[in-house]
Ligand binder design. Sequence first.
Ligand code: MN
Length: 228
Amino acid sequence: MEYVIPAPPVTSLRVVGSDAQFPVRRIYCIGRNYAEHAIEMGHDPNKEPPFFFQKNPDNILPEGKPFPYPAKSEDVHFEVELVVALKTGGSNIPVERAMDCVYGYGIGLDMTRRDLQGEAKKLGRPWEIGKAFEHSAPCGPLTPADKVGRIEDGSITLEVNGQLRQKGDINQMIWKIPEMISYLSDYFVLAPGDLIMSGTPSGVGAVKKGDRLVARVDRVGEFAVTVE
Ligand code: MN
């Protein structure tokens, strides 16, 4: 195949224990999936249908690269999240079969231009301007599920400059991983390479240049980013 312009590169993530990379197709992100975070954002955490937004695959900032403070915002927030990577997909996937789709797990940051997101919410506009900007998805390497099993609980934390800022447990997710996969597959055709960012516990806050963020998830490991 010959293209009239250079073909865009495929974004990929390192896989722990492998020389091969995981290619990224789409990034789905769930909103308000931990009750205490829903409350801190001014919402009722009662179990309403989930809602999702997307980031672009090329928004991923791979490990080892600094996060450049983005343009047009004075209130850029961190949100630590467990990332679920899919090896298969489809439509109308039942909850009981959803975990068969999971390739592995990673640790990601759903970086957010909170001021722009807030304006968009107020005006009933889409969220991309606050969520899907350049480098807005720092993401560490993936750990295959066949190495760690199903992740249904375990601590998820974020430290900023050595201070604990976010702390939760994966078992506090309102919508569990198989439920998210099943729900998404009713509305979209899921496919190998899709990532799901599974929501953030409470404690989100603003970053400033020079901050060092260290995210940890039990059994998945640790992922660090510096704001530049
Ligand atoms: Mn988030």
